[in-house]
Every structure is written in structure tokens, then in C-alpha cells.
Design a protein around this ligand. Structure first.
Ligand SMILES: [Zn+2]
Length: 356
């Protein structure tokens, strides 16, 4: 290498900058990530044009070196910055190239190998029940599945020595004796009444748990409970709401019947029966020839329950009724074994509509 070529370094650097800018424009036009990489290697690679200039710096004299070094450095920074910018542009090119390369054919049929899901019958019936309750002006409330015994028992007129606690075999939490899996959705009644003031018109659906397992009982099942608290609420209001509700769900010919019964949290209390959906009251195997099916319980909220939530029972009265959602699903879809609902069998679950 001669001195003259070393002297020419700043000139060569500016010529190279012009050449680079031209190539840059071509690459940008091509919108190709591979071209960006080629450009980078061609200028900054081990045998690249900028690298070659840097190597020629060795042949400069001490006096020439600062000016030559500066001009090459400026060129290098310019090339590096431009390529960095191109690289980020290239990511967008790639994405838009892919989007435009193969247009999506949305008219193609879904392949049969993709299994389609459906809603669980309990979900279907719960949605339907809630729709009817909302239509009657009820608000949906939720509450905890693991709860303190105060909400599940004590506040519902079942103190710790009350024999009613023996009526239900309860899952208690081993480490925390006051915590349990709720045995009914009535705990929501207490949570709700402690947080709100009357008038209340509330429906509370949810999972409940009892130590119980046979063809008509599972350790986990679903309940729904509705309650109304206001001035002047009577047993007749309750009968009217239950009747209107069951007619809405099962059709206008559905009849309901109340039979006197005992539940600690209501007074008076009653069993709630539906006319048999199979025989329309004539008598069949499902209803054990009685023409009626027992679906739940109801009654006027006990004054002791109001006392537990600090409501004045001289001013307010209320009713509550509840029933099993799974039982309703069995009746509505004419199922003969409750356990079918929880076995997760695809061919059984596939019979229910995908959407409602
Ligand atoms: Zn029957």
C-alpha cells in the first residue's frame, strides 16, 4: 500500500458513504430481510468495505491518521445506524409479507378432527333459572364455598348445640374447626343481609357439599336459593312467586304444592313439590305413584335469623325458597341417574345444545 492510497482515505470514505446510501435505498425498496443482512455483511462484515478501510488505516502516517480515522469512524457509525433502522423495519416487512402471501380462506369447512364443546346441562339449567329470576326482579348474589360455621349454621338459627346440625353431615376443615364446606347456599343469605339493607330480592346459586353418595346423592351438588325481605312480605307472596317461577321454567300447566315441614331457619316452613313431569300427576315410577316430585324447601325467614343480621323482625318479614339445580336438570332433561351429570362422559354431555 502506498502513501497516496492512505492519503485518499477520507475521500474513499465519503465515496463509500454515497455508494452505501444508494444501496440502502435499493434494499428498502426490496422489503427483504435477507437483503438487509447482505448489506450488513457487505459493509461491516469481516471482508466488508468499511472493514477494509479500517485496515488501510495502518498504512497512514501519524499525521494523517487522526483525520482518516475520524472520517472512517463517521462512515461506520452512519452505516451501523442505518442498518439498525432497516432491521426494525424488516420485522414489519416480514409480518406484512406473511399476511399477504397466503390469504386466509374463511369459507373452508372445520375439520372433523377438531372436537366441539357444549355447555354442561347444569350450566344450561342454571342460566335458564337465573334468567327467569331476573325477569321476576331478582338480583344475583354470590358467596364463599368455604365459610365459617357462623354463616352456614349459627346465624341460620342452628347454634352449636342445635340438633339440626346433626341432620347434615358436614365437611369440616381439619386445621380450622370453624371453617367448613358450605352445606347449602343459605350462607349467602347471611352475607347478603349483613351487607345490604331491605328491601331485598336476591337469588343465590352455587355449589354445596355434604358427606353423601348414592344414585340420588353426590358429595358435591348445586343449589339455588331465592329470598325476599321487605315490609309486609307474606306466605302468600312466596306461594305466588314459586308458582310463577315454576310455570315459567316448566310451562304454564305446571302445578306446585307446599307441605308443612321443619327447617330451623324458617317459620313456618314447607316442602316444595312439583307435579310429576313424567305423568303430569297421574302417578308413575318416577313419582312413586304419588303424582308429585319433591324438589326443595321454603318458608318465612325465622325472626332469629333477622336478629343475627340485626334486622328488626317487627318491621321486616321475608321468605326464602331453595331447590337443587341438578334435580331440576334431571327433571327438565328427563335423566334417571344424578351421577351422569358428574361423570364427564363425552357421549352423554354431547347431547346438550352447544348454545342457548
Ligand atoms: Zn309421575
Amino acid at each position: 500500500m502506498t502513501d497516496s492510497s492512505a492519503t485518499a482515505l477520507p475521500t474513499r470514505a465519503s465515496a463509500l458513504a454515497v455508494a452505501f446510501d444508494k444501496e440502502l435505498a435499493v434494499v428498502r425498496e426490496s422489503r427483504s430481510a435477507a437483503a438487509v443482512d447482505e448489506l450488513r455483511v457487505g459493509y461491516l462484515g469481516r471482508k466488508g468495505k468499511v472493514t477494509a478501510l479500517l485496515e488501510d488505516l495502518r498504512h497512514c502516517t501519524k499525521e494523517e491518521r487522526p483525520a482518516a480515522g475520524r472520517s472512517i469512524n463517521e462512515l461506520k457509525q452512519h452505516v451501523e445506524a442505518a442498518i439498525q433502522q432497516l432491521k426494525s423495519e424488516a420485522q414489519e416487512w416480514e409480518l406484512s409479507n406473511r399476511l399477504h402471501a397466503e390469504p386466509l380462506d374463511i369459507s373452508l369447512p372445520v375439520t372433523a378432527s377438531v372436537p366441539q364443546g357444549s355447555l354442561h346441562p347444569v350450566t344450561l339449567i342454571r342460566r335458564e333459572l337465573l334468567t327467569e329470576f331476573r325477569r321476576l326482579g331478582f338480583t344475583v348474589f354470590d358467596g364463599p364455598e368455604v365459610d365459617y360455621d357462623f354463616y352456614n349454621f349459627s346465624a341460620l338459627n342452628m347454634p352449636s348445640d342445635h340438633p339440626a346440625r346433626d341432620m347434615q353431615d358436614t365437611f369440616y376443615l381439619r386445621e380450622q374447626e370453624h371453617l367448613l364446606l358450605r352445606t347449602h347456599t343459605s350462607n349467602i343469605q347471611i352475607h347478603c343481609m349483613l351487607n345490604e339493607r331491605p328491601p331485598l330480592r336476591v337469588v343465590a346459586p352455587g355449589r354445596v357439599f355434604r358427606v353423601d353418595s348414592d344414585p340420588t346423592h353426590t358429595p358435591m351438588f348445586h343449589q339455588i336459593e331465592a329470598f325476599v325481605v321487605d315490609r309486609g312480605v307474606t306466605f302468600a307472596h312466596m306461594k305466588g312467586v314459586i308458582d310463577a317461577f315454576m310455570k315459567a321454567v316448566f310451562g304454564s300447566s305446571m302445578k306446585t304444592r307446599l307441605r308443612p315441614s321443619f327447617f330451623p331457619f324458617v317459620e313456618p316452613g314447607a316442602e316444595l313439590d312439583l307435579q310429576c313431569v313424567q305423568c303430569q300427576g297421574k302417578g308413575c315410577r318416577l313419582c312413586k305413584q304419588t303424582g308429585w316430585l319433591e324438589v326443595g324447601g321454603c318458608g318465612m325467614i325465622h325472626p332469629n335469623v333477622f336478629e343475627a343480621v340485626d334486622y328488626d323482625s317487627d318491621i321486616y318479614s321475608g321468605f326464602a325458597f331453595g331447590f337443587g339445580i341438578d334435580r331440576m336438570a334431571m327433571l327438565k332433561y328427563k335423566l334417571d341417574d344424578l351421577r351422569q351429570l358428574f361423570e364427564g362422559n363425552h357421549s352423554f354431555l354431547g347431547h346438550f345444545p352447544l348454545f342457548t
